[in-house]
Write a protein that binds this ligand. Structure first.
Ligand code: IPE
Ligand code: IPE
Ligand code: MG
Ligand code: MG
Length: 347
């Protein structure tokens, strides 16, 4: 199962689901058309690189958040479709840059952009996508949205840099992990929701209260999402994820399950890990050993419970909008389903 289907499947998994995220299928097709058109450049290689990743699928989670947020605020407008596409363009840019940083060779089941075209072109392709996203927003002209998206881009960069700063260190804390997850993943999801709420509001209505709640929802959702991503890196499968597993530790990324596991190591093992990290020579076998240790000592489950906490926190921000009309309650339920999907997902 690929891309968007995974979300629809998640929505149907309990059978009692009446709402069905597939109501978003039409607007999401419009987002896809916008994406395919937005990345066209007179320099064909630019188009080819961007489409290589875009056409590989992906869950389109951020566009879904924007569209549902717009619906919750009133209606699924053309602006909402534009902002949904912009959120995905920005996400695509971060993935291309992230794969350069992580030296990752597979993404969405395909060779990464830098693996095919080299780091130099991949970095430029990511920049081009960011610029394309902001050019689209400039044409639209809503300064509030430009500001929110620019701020989200800054936060993603800060998160990636903070993560690099904490790499290969044994003194990373639980709070560091949450802060990194918030910055590199939560902020963009929060922004995708917030601009959706702005787009869905009719002229004259003040979207601020709902937009703030949705932003908080998205931010907490993103933390949960990233914590699960880190768990899946230690116990998931490449087939499900479309990207290699076990690679975080190889790159010195100290994620939450690892932070929770370190204090439980026996002295000899702790010393061994200190040396492995200091000398930057963690092997695949070492990474598998620690994943096994985290599994056996219940630290993967504990990291999952942190993710559940943030998913529940996300949903709690939606409560104030219970029982406010059919569209609102349908979209609110959709967002709630996404929060549960995020923590139960295998892909
Ligand atoms: C991957 O995001 C990057 C992280 C934030 C962990 P997604 O898992 O949403 O990637 P796609 O878009 O579905 O490929
Ligand atoms: C997420 O970080 C990337 C960004 C949000 C920029 P990861 O490095 O954990 O994501 P994957 O595992 O490569 O998808
Ligand atoms: Mg990565
Ligand atoms: Mg990861």
């Amino acid at each position: 199962m690929k891309g968007w289907d995974r979300l629809i499947f998640a929505q149907r998994r309990e059978k009692e689901i009446i709402t069905g995220l597939d109501r978003l299928a039409g607007p999401l097709r419009a987002v896809e058309e916008l994406l395919a058109e937005a990345v066209v450049s007179p320099v064909e290689k630019v188009t080819e690189m961007a489409r290589h990743l875009l056409s590989a699928g992906g869950k389109r989670l951020r566009p879904a958040l924007t569209l549902l947020s717009a619906l919750m605020a009133g209606s699924l407008t053309k602006k909402a479709i534009l902002y949904a596409a912009v959120a995905e363009l920005m996400h695509t840019a971060t993935l291309i840059h992230d794969d350069v940083i992580d030296k990752a060779m597979i993404r969405r089941g395909r060779p990464t952009v830098h693996a095919l075209w080299g780091n130099e072109s991949a970095v430029m392709c990511g920049d081009h996508l960011y610029a394309t996203a902001f050019s689209k927003l400039a044409q639209d002209g809503d300064i509030r949205v430009i500001r929110i998206m620019a701020e989200a881009s800054r936060r993603v960069c800060e998160g990636e840099i903070l993560e690099l700063e904490h790499a290969y260190r044994m003194d990373v804390t639980e709070n560091d992990c949450i802060q990194i997850a918030r910055l590199k993943t939560g902020e963009l999801m929060g922004a995708a929701c917030q601009v959706g709420a702005i787009a869905g509001c009719s002229d004259g209505d003040d979207p601020s209260e709902l937009a703030t709640a949705l932003r908080q929802y998205g931010c907490s959702l993103g933390i949960a999402f990233q914590l699960i991503d880190d768990v899946l890196d230690m116990e998931g499968s490449e087939e499900d994820l479309g990207k290699p597993v076990g690679s975080d530790l190889l790159e010195g990324k100290i994620t939450l399950p690892v932070v929770l596991s370190f204090p439980l190591l026996e002295e000899g093992d702790r010393q061994r890990w200190r040396t492995l990290l200091e000398e930057r020579r963690v092997t695949e076998e070492d990474a598998r050993w620690l994943a096994q240790f985290a599994q056996a000592t219940g630290q993967l489950a504990r990291a999952r419970s942190y993710a559940w906490h943030y998913a529940q926190q996300a949903v709690s921000f939606l409560r104030a909008w219970d029982g406010k009309g059919e569209e609102t309650s349908w979209s609110r339920r959709g967002l709630e389903e996404i929060a549960w999907f995020v923590v139960e997902r295998k892909a």
